[in-house]
Design a protein around this ligand. Sequence first.
Ligand code: ATP
Length: 312
Amino acid sequence: MTSALELPPAVTARAPAKVNLELGVGPRRDDGYHDLATVYQAVGLHDDVTAAPADEWGCTVTGRDAGSVPTDEGNLALVAARLLAERSGARQPVHLSIHKQIPVAGGMAGGSADAAAALVACQELWSVAMERDELDRLAAEVGSDVPFLLHGGTAVGSGRGELVTPVLAQGTYHWVFVPVPGEGLSTPEVYAAFDARHEGRRVSEPTPGAEVMSAVRSGDPSALAAALSNDLQPDAVALQPRIGEIIGAALEFGALAAIVSGSGPTVAALASGQEAAIDLAVSLTASGAAEDVLRATGPVHGAQVLPTPRLT
Ligand code: ATP
């Protein structure tokens, strides 16, 4: 039997945000989801989730946009932890402390990142041995982006995005993310606008583009810039015209390309290198075109446990 003293007091895991290098959207399915052909890249903006044994389930949120994140049973990290507990038989409740760096409701999958981090942290805390496939399936029940955030790197997402296949990618890409001030965009709202725009027209099944695949294999940011695409961009821009202005400003200040990240409203601008990314970030804020910018590189690892600090 394991004594209480041998149990880790808490486990912290870190998970990245994502950007969709390509987001091809198919017709609306009977279950309300859309078939997607997407290429994800995990980028170095992270949320940390600490799971600690507790008398009852709960969570607290600190950091960026913390006030707009639910702390009740609607929190995706808590949903994920409870589902893992149910499936693994580890019934000990945890308190999750979430520290956010990823903009909320920005199209960068922050909630899904927290779910991925919670799964990894709780798996370690409860010593749950689960096959990768099984964990992926459980993650997909929590949200379409969660399996990718467990994997990280660069990957193709199919189905509703939950079926993840790693892609051979070279090089490091330098991104400048511009969170659009004000309310975020709700993903269902953007998909509803996509459906309305295609009303009465046939939407074809999306297929991952060969162009983006060969671009990430080449490691050349200019090739990737030419291949970036997002079928939801017209809808996100129509809902929040400020997005279009920010994309225009990013291009004017030297971005190789700028697109809406996922369902938006965050704008993802690709720079040619580190110096160019710094220049772009400075120009966007100094000119007043953006209130706030976040720089990050990709690809990065998926969710992983952070080493526990040694007590001396
Ligand atoms: P996606 O692109 O995955 O649809 P997003 O990046 O646009 O999502 P999120 O930051 O994941 O947006 O948040 C979407 C909504 O999910 C928020 O408005 C919030 O109410 C809810 N939510 C639930 N749990 C979390 C969490 N841990 N962090 C952030 N938002 C959460």
